[in-house]
Design a protein around this ligand. Structure first.
Ligand code: FAD
Length: 391
């Protein structure tokens, strides 16, 4: 009997592995082939911004090797192997091993892209010290940064969004001094109303973090003592090492080269199907019915729905309200941001115990919320009341 072409999944992040796991629960026969540009170790990416203070090495964060994953999933996994191109007409792709020029063709029955996202390009920052400026979006990045931190004291953090604030919380507790610079007026300004952002800022400042909001870094220059970073406010900061946390951009180049429809992410419908009926996408690389969300909860919902679709029960994904626990342990914060461009307003109740903010429309419907400190106990009640992100 001729061997069946496999279900091929490109990417072994949370999206790729969750899909493989969900699919195996429903189908134990179809061959699965996972292909990864990295070493294929399973790890929880959210831990990258909460592990320095626990002294965790990259190796300790990598929970299960690719070999063990292959055994557990009854799948073949090709590691350190990059998919170079896809040919939807012949249902085949070209792979290239990281070491050397060796390429090979692989045929797929169905193909899933779970290629993640990369760090957004830096804004223009002058200077001769870019080798001391780090970004973190995978275990390798974490390893590089953690190694470079040895013997250093002062960290300049560029970006006070979700990941920037989590690193500020982690680095200060790991014993570093931390300066945070962000052009917006308060931390997490694109997600939190001002009172909640200020509340988080004060809690981190009480532990020693210094915020420079409403400013941008103009340059990073080497000095005999370390680094110097002039800001557009006229101030100049000193540091030993810098970390930029400026958000992500979907990895769409493979899909674009294959002629698939791409907007901010790889365009998929609610069945996670791209413009080619045999190719699907989920996770950070995908834009699902217009929603681009770089979080774990939506990719888990997508993995469950797609596993059903791929095993013969076409299933549309739906997103409930998605509350995000910001890992700022010094001031626990939960945010369920309203959809961008939604009409409504924040109603904020702040006290020393925390901030409770609800985003409602004119009819009084709850469309989002933000909670800090003791107020986070309202999370489950508000999540149940909040309008789903996608019905
Ligand atoms: P990735 O994990 O990026 O995986 C992509 C995979 O594709 C990799 O295996 C890569 O090697 C492979 N790949 C890419 N291109 C190719 C190619 N051409 N050929 C072969 N392989 C390829 N979300 C939350 O919900 N809560 C949090 O608290 C939270 N904290 C976070 C903290 C940090 C520091 C970061 C960076 C993210 C955080 N997130 C959080 C976001 C969340 O971790 C991501 O949404 C999620 O991990 C994305 O998974 P993914 O599988 O889509 O992508």
């Amino acid at each position: 009997q001729e061997k069946r072409d496999p279900l091929v999944i490109v990417g072994t992040g949370l999206a790729g592995y969750n899909l493989a796991r969900e699919f195996r629960k429903l189908d134990s026969d179809t061959p699965i082939l996972l292909i990864s540009a990295d070493d294929g170790a399973f790890y929880s990416k959210p831990l990258l911004s909460a592990s320095l203070s626990h002294g965790k090495t990259a190796q300790e964060l990598s929970q299960t090797s690719a070999e063990e994953m292959a055994r557990g999933l009854d799948a073949e996994i090709l590691v350190h192997t990059r998919v170079a191109d896809i040919n939807p007409d012949t249902k085949s792709l070209t792979i290239r091993q990281e070491t050397g020029e060796h390429t090979a063709k692989i045929r797929y029955d169905r193909l899933v892209l779970a290629t993640g996202a990369h760090c957004r390009p830096l804004p223009r920052i002058e200077g001769d010290a870019h080798s001391r400026l780090f970004r973190i979006n995978n275990l390798g990045d974490y390893h590089r940064f953690r190694t470079a931190l040895v013997g250093q004291k002062q960290v300049l953090l560029i970006g006070a969004g979700l990941i920037g604030c989590e690193f500020a919380n982690d680095l200060i507790q790991a014993g570093f001094s931390v300066e945070v610079v962000d052009p917006l007026k308060w931390p997490l300004a694109s997600l939190l109303p001002e009172e909640a952002g200020q509340d988080l800022q004060s809690a981190l400042e009480n532990q020693g973090v210094r915020f420079h909001c409403g400013c941008s870094v103009l340059a990073i220059r080497r000095t005999p003592q370390g680094l110097e970073a002039p800001l557009d406010s006229g101030e100049s900061l000193k540091a030993d090492i810098a970390l930029a946390a400026l958000g992500l951009q979907a990895n769409t180049s493979l899909a674009e080269m294959a002629g698939l429809e791409v907007k901010r992410g790889i365009t998929v419908n609610r069945q996670l199907q791209t413009s080619d009926p045999n190719i699907f996408a989920l996770g950070d690389c995908a834009e699902v019915d217009g929603h681009q969300l770089f979080f774990v909860a939506p990719l888990i919902a997508c993995a469950r729905a797609l596993a059903k679709t791929l095993s013969g029960q076409p299933t549309s994904v739906r997103y409930a309200a998605i509350p995000i626990a910001v890992k700022t342990t010094l001031r626990p914060t939960t945010v369920c941001p309203p959809r961008p461009d939604t009409k409504g307003s924040w109603q904020v109740d702040s006290g020393s115990e925390g901030v409770h903010a609800e985003f409602r429309n004119q009819a009084g419907k709850l469309l989002g919320f933000a909670l800090t400190g003791a107020a986070i106990t309202a999370r489950n009640r508000l999540s149940a009341e909040c309008a789903p992100l996608m019905n």
